[in-house]
Ligand binder design. Structure first.
Ligand SMILES: Cc1ncc(COP(=O)(O)O)c(C=O)c1O
Length: 392
């Protein structure tokens, strides 16, 4: 039985790491050093702020060091590394800054918002009412004027910017002022764009008027899978008290050590990494559009994030496209959203983006058998196995 598990993992790694071009925008790869910390002894341990457990001196120091780095990288007053995932970070924010029957305003999943903070998901459990930002599909962004009117009319308790499909910075600066007038808390779910924010290549929500920035640490941010909450002093103190024991007990200290090292990498290499990510996304979008793919927002330069959006009008057609691409060892989702974080971290640049676009064209436009393109995709993937933007 042991062999079966080991063999499945080995085969997964052989295929997905060495043979595939990964364009899933919610994924990335860790550096070997960050990855090695996940298998350190810290993965066996407990610690707690009440000093219930002994033997935690160094574990606590790691966490404090990581928090310090996070505050530095994101220019925040407070940082909390304990949320186990982006979803749990969302849960902590929703639960601590609202009460039943309150209204929250965020991007609807129909416009690329995160389904976890919509309708019957987390808001349903917390008995919150969700309303969506007025949204322009042409601009792929929140409509500022209409959103301001909606905030004044509906007086939400919490306004959350950020989304799962996000190509351009959201109008935080303009709308945070309006939200304050009705005493709303302003948050930003940066799960997707956290690495770009860290690298100074997207907006910085905390400087633009948001009180909390939160989300996953493994999408454009190249840390281990997990979550983080960065906030101003007032909101950070509420979060600090609100995490344990309600939402996180063991915060997985191997993950926190790995995240701390990833933060150090981001501090050192984040600017270069994030700049290249955006360049690559723009190069991929442009090349795909030239082949006739439905890349959105050509007039806006397609994207300012790590994502490219191919609008096939829904998951049904998207799934057909994504399945064909998978047959050619090009891994995307059914959105069809494409992300370039992992390829960038493996050292690919604009030229390689053009080659990827050409492989995709052969499969989708020329209708070449995916099997025939697979070898070429695997060869390109195989040439980019080193992780860049890290210390080694
Ligand atoms: C905007 C947004 N927030 C939160 C999440 C949940 O993050 P996690 O998978 O880390 O729980 C996602 C997941 O993709 C997301 O896109």
């Amino acid at each position: 039985m042991m062999n079966e598990v080991l063999d499945l993992v080995r085969r997964h790694e052989q295929w997905r790491v060495r043979g595939c071009i990964n364009l899933i925008p919610s994924e990335n790869v860790m550096s070997p050093e960050v990855r090695s910390l996940l298998s350190s002894d810290l993965g066996h341990r407990y610690t707690s702020r009440e000093e219930f457990y002994m033997g935690t001196r160094l574990t606590d120091e790691i966490e404090e060091y990581g928090e310090k780095l996070a505050k530095d990288v994101f220019r925040s007053d407070t940082a909390d590394l304990r949320p186990l995932s982006g979803h749990i970070a969302d849960m902590i924010i929703l639960a601590n800054f609202t009460k039943p029957k309150d209204t929250i305003l965020c991007v609807s999943p129909d416009d690329g918002g995160y389904p976890g903070i919509w309708g019957q998901a987390l808001p349903g459990y917390l008995r919150l009412r969700t309303i969506g930002f007025p949204f322009s599909k042409e601009m792929m962004n929140v409509k500022t004027g209409e959103a301001a009117d909606l905030i004044m009319k509906e007086k939400p308790k919490l306004v959350i910017f950020g989304a799962s499909l996000i190509l351009f910075p959201h109008p935080v600066e303009e709308l945070a002022k309006v939200a304050r007038e009705v005493d709303a808390h302003v948050g930003y779910d940066g799960s997707h764009v956290l690495g770009l924010i860290a690298g100074g290549e997207f907006q910085n929500p905390l400087q633009e008027g948001a009180s909390a920035l939160f989300g996953s640490t493994h999408k454009s941010f190249f840390g281990p899978q997990g979550g983080i909450i960065l906030a101003d002093k007032e909101h950070g103190e509420v979060v600090r008290r609100g995490v344990y024991p309600a939402f996180v007990d063991n915060a997985h200290w191997n993950r926190i050590a790995a995240l701390s090292l990833a933060l150090a990498e981001m501090k050192e290499y984040g600017k270069r990494y994030a700049t290249q990510v955006v360049r690559n996304a723009q190069a991929l979008a442009k090349a795909l559009a030239e082949y006739g793919f439905p890349a959105t927002c050509p007039n806006l330069g397609y994207t300012k994030s790590h994502q490219v959006f191919l609008d096939y009008g829904g998951y049904k057609q998207g799934r057909i496209i994504a399945r064909k691409l998978e047959g050619a060892n090009i891994i995307a989702d059914c959105g069809v959203r494409l992300g370039v974080c992992e390829t960038t971290r493996k050292g690919m640049k604009e030229n390689e983006m053009e080659r990827i676009a050409e492989f995709m064209k052969r499969v989708i436009v020329d209708r070449e058998a995916p099997d025939q393109v697979k070898e070429d995709a695997a060869k390109l993937a195989g040439e980019y196995q080193e992780i860049e933007y890290c210390f080694s």
